[in-house]
Design a binder for this molecule. Structure first.
Ligand SMILES: [Ca+2]
Length: 575
């Protein structure tokens, strides 16, 4: 379940970034952008003094472990939301020991933490670090860019944190995502591998075999397959009437993704990339055709009649009872109770073509990696002489061996490092109950704090949880929309636009569900729907998304140029 939990957290973070984005630097005058610059003077690695032994400020080592120099002390506290019931994290203890930094964690459940943090920030009584799912883009802008309460980290990262620097330099989109509108980086990145295709329709190949059909490639073929699933005893249990041809993961129905087959795949807000541009497509003829197709499937009993009402346990019990022929999902192991070593007989449905669309593009969730920018700040409560040491602590967290242990469990107790450089994770159910608890996901590391899954890194796990997920990205290559660019909503628009965004999303979701389930007629309701979207503020919203996307792209270009320039300057200086 680990991967799935990571993904859930990740989605939560991405949504938060989208909804609450803000920007202090876009107003006139720039009075809001002085805070960060003042702090930048006080907090700079240029102020650090390194002696002949590589000890910085007489306290900590510039390289290697431990970080804290002999006889010295560096302590810090991070305020974080976490659901740990014990407050004990195996890898936190290990990092404390290995780095020598007295790293303390003040943790609360999310709702409590959110309230406490807001009090702490307004009263000025906050710790050296704030982490987890608590900060929003608007906080980075208000307290970082605006008030200088957060320390700009990019120079410290360059000076002391090669692993983090590598993420910024090499992970696609990372530097652009992390850089605030004033050009500073205020947070430690949280970067994880993510599939390009988060959700797709998966189809039951055993059922296909039973009805003598192939994996469909067009909407017409898909319709025929679903009909065969319904009309025949596709699961072979003797009852020809218990098959559910098509269903959806109740928490991730992603109906709008399926509009790909008609040329209008989009996210819940109707937004997508089309021919390289940010576009709203949930009011197009293509989108309408897609809804009509799904309505046809529903009206003929080919879509799960509980599709819009069921919860996860019902969906999973349908999978467990072999009642599902195809479904929207992350992977079939989410609803199929596979035994150890069992190979799924599910594959992803290709991106279907239709009469309306010969070159369909599925909504693309990521470039294969996601970076979250609101996960950890170092505040101006930190002794300037210690900031580099704390940045080094985070860089240690991102070392491959530590990352692997933080996510999977300790070496050698849970993960074996093999001679050929591969890592193998043991079947943890073979451990004692005490060790299973000690090395469980929640007791390794506060999961809300940054961690890093080294790119391209694979760990062999038994049993392998998402076996058939690997084929999806490859199959969909060339049939994806491209990823919507990250953006900062201008601060002065943040409240209004996050409301508009929510309203549009809810309205589309409700209306489309009614149309598909036949509770309302799409042809007679279409014009009113388009009009209501405009009333909700669609035009301003789309304009904001297009402008911020253009700004982000321009900023990305600038930051790439700056990096090149500074590289040239360094080269010249070297000569
Ligand atoms: Ca049957």
């Amino acid at each position: 379940m680990k991967k799935k939990q990571l993904m859930a957290l990740l989605l939560c973070g991405v949504m938060a970034a989208g909804v609450f984005a803000g920007c202090g630097g876009s107003g006139e005058g720039g009075s809001t952008s002085t805070g960060g610059d003042t702090t930048a003077e006080k907090y700079s690695p240029e102020n650090d003094e390194v002696d002949e032994n590589g000890v910085v400020n007489g306290k900590w080592n510039k390289e290697g472990l431990p970080i804290v120099a002999d006889g010295q002390e560096v302590s810090c506290t991070v305020f974080v939301d976490d659901s740990s019931s014990t407050g004990e994290w195996y890898m936190v203890d290990k990092l404390r020991e290995d780095t020598g930094i007295d790293f303390n964690i003040e943790y609360y459940a999310n709702e409590v933490a959110t309230e406490k943090l807001s009090l702490a920030l307004s009263s000025g009584d906050y710790p050296e670090m704030i982490g987890g799912w608590l900060l929003k883009d608007t906080d980075i802008l208000k307290y970082g860019v605006g008030q200088g309460m957060f320390v700009p980290l990019e120079d410290y990262i360059e000076a002391y944190a090669p692993n983090i620097q590598q993420i910024l330099d090499e992970v696609p989109g990372a530097r652009e995502t992390m850089t605030a509108p004033d050009g500073h980086i205020y947070t430690i990145p949280y970067t994880v591998d993510a599939p390009k295709v988060d959700y797709q329709i998966s189809i039951n190949t055993r059922w296909l075999k039973n009805v003598g059909m192939e994996v469909p490639t067009t909407t017409d073929e898909f319709y025929e397959v679903l009909k065969a699933f319904k009309e025949q005893d596709a699961n072979g249990n003797g009852d020809p009437n218990d098959e559910i041809p098509l269903s959806f993961d109740p928490n991730n129905k992603n109906i709008n993704y399926m509009m790909a087959w008609f040329g209008a795949s989009c996210d819940g807000n109707g937004m997508t990339m089309k021919d390289g541009e940010v576009e709203f497509v949930a009011n197009t003829e293509e989108f309408k055709e897609g809804v009509k197709f799904l309505n046809k499937l529903y009206s003929e009993g080919l879509i799960d009649q509980e599709a819009f009402t069921q919860d996860s346990s019902i969906w999973e019990s349908k999978g467990g009872n072999d009642l599902l022929g195809a479904t929207m999902c992350y992977a079939s192991s989410d609803f199929m109770p596979y035994a150890n070593g069992e190979t799924p007989d599910w594959v992803s449905l290709p991106v279907l073509t239709s009469e309306n669309c010969s070159d369909p593009k599925w909504y693309q969730d990521s470039e294969g990696v996601s970076t979250i920018r609101t996960q950890l700040v170092i505040t101006n409560k930190t002794d300037p002489a210690d900031v580099g040491a704390i940045v080094r602590f985070w860089d240690t967290v991102f070392e491959a061996d530590y990352s692997i242990q933080i996510i999977n469990g300790p070496i050698p107790e849970v993960v074996q490092k093999n001679d050929n450089g591969e890592y193998t994770k043991i079947d943890v159910s073979t451990l004692s109950q005490e060790d299973q608890d000690r090395y469980s996901w929640a007791n390794l590391w506060p999961q809300a704090l940054p961690k890093y899954v080294p790119l391209g890194f694979e760990i062999k796990t038994t049993p392998e949880p998402y076996q058939e997920k690997g084929e999806v990205d490859a199959k969909y290559e060339g049939h994806l929309t491209g990823v919507l660019p990250s953006y900062w909503i201008p601060l002065e628009q943040a409240d209004e636009m996050s409301e508009v965004q929510t309203a549009i999303q809810e309205y589309i979701e409700q209306t489309v569900a009614q149309w598909i389930a036949g509770q309302a007629d799409i042809d007679s309701g279409w014009d009113a729907y388009c009009e209501q979207l405009n009333t909700l503020g669609l035009e301003e919203y789309v304009q904001m998304r297009k402008e911020t996307a253009a700004e982000a792209q321009a900023a990305a270009g600038e930051s790439a140029e700056t990096t090149e320039e500074s590289a040239e300057t360094t080269e010249e200086a070297a000569e």
